[in-house]
Design a protein around this ligand. Sequence first.
Ligand SMILES: [Zn+2]
Length: 152
Amino acid sequence: MGDWPGKADEQDTTFGDLTRSQLMKRVRSSGNETTEMTMARLLRKHRLSGWRRHLALPGKPDFAWPKEKVALFVDGCFWHGHTCGKNITPKTNSLQWREKIEGNQRRDQRASRRLRGDGWSVIRVWECQLRKQPQQCFARVARILQRARGKR
Ligand SMILES: [Zn+2]
């Protein structure tokens, strides 16, 4: 993640209404670091424990509760192609960008399917939801985890 496909990074171009540096900022913040930290802080704040980071599971979930078999992904809007308006595609090499983002989406779907097939509950939270409605995001995670604990 975070690689620029093609030669887009070598060219002096604008992207929609954004300048290159504005876009780069957006791309970087859509990488997972910021959103993962936000989620980790949220979980700690509510004392929801038992999670592990980056276990060797399909799609490498950002957070996973192995006992309860709950996997949580926090997806950056840009790289995972959320249709919230934050995934503006640069005009330069746009086909390569689209392919890259679509490739990510296919990988996401495959990972979710494989996990569900293995009996995991899969939660996907968008970067923008987490930023705007952290409480709702947390409530969803807590609810699904509770349900998974009830089943055992
Ligand atoms: Zn979004």
